[in-house]
Design a protein around this ligand. Sequence first.
Ligand code: ATP
Ligand code: MG
Length: 239
Amino acid sequence: MNASALNLLEIRDVRGGYAEVDILNGIDLALTPGEILTVAGTNGAGKSTLAKAVVGLLPRVSGEIRFEGVVINAVPTEKRAALGIGYVPQVANIFPSLSVQENLEVVVGVTNARARMAELFDVFPALAERRRTRAGAMSGGERQQLAYARALMTRPRLVVLDEPTAALSPMLVAETFKRIEALPAMGASVLLIEQRARQALAISHRGAILDGGKVALEGPASTLLADERAAALYLGQAH
Ligand SMILES: Nc1ncnc2c1ncn2[C@@H]1O[C@H](COP(=O)(O)OP(=O)(O)OP(=O)(O)O)[C@@H](O)[C@H]1O
Ligand SMILES: [Mg+2]
């Protein structure tokens, strides 16, 4: 068995950006099944751009992105979702005018959608209570839960979360990290992009710190938490 087969996600020498300028300058990262990997770094380091490259929303990408051993560079976003990659963007992608239940029903490519919705209502009881509420009328924390539930409808084996705790109250931040920590038990590995690096690393197996579109540091979460250079790289961003 080669190394690629053991990795759920493998990013090799990935470069690219939105126009002619490269934002990602040669990223190498891998994620094994069951793992939570935190990607931290200051504003503009390229974290969201990396997430977009993984889910197929970056206009220009070179290098290799493999999911379950298969190169997916040329696979369009919807097909990556169908392959098992879920995504919650930095700005939550819900339909404000639809109810909670309708937001879940419109997710495409779900087998046995009713059963899956019932499972997710067990995981997110607050959403079950509000299933007929218009999403736009819910709190930020509830909308965030709905965005997760939408991403989980297809039973992804990888979820890419882009700053899931931004704009949440401290209490909701702790609750959100608990939910994320529970994702591997639901069958999903996590690429967790976070500016709250310390809290994110505390629930992660490994971490990587981006700087200028490159991986400046990478290693076990516990090592990064104790690393002064790592702290310096995300200092001012950690909460
Ligand atoms: N749609 C876009 N078009 C052109 N340039 C962009 C676009 N989105 C981001 N960029 C540029 O790419 C660089 C990296 O942005 P990115 O959003 O990946 O950073 P980030 O690490 O996610 O930052 P933050 O912590 O603020 O979310 C920035 O210089 C930004 O200006
Ligand atoms: Mg970002």
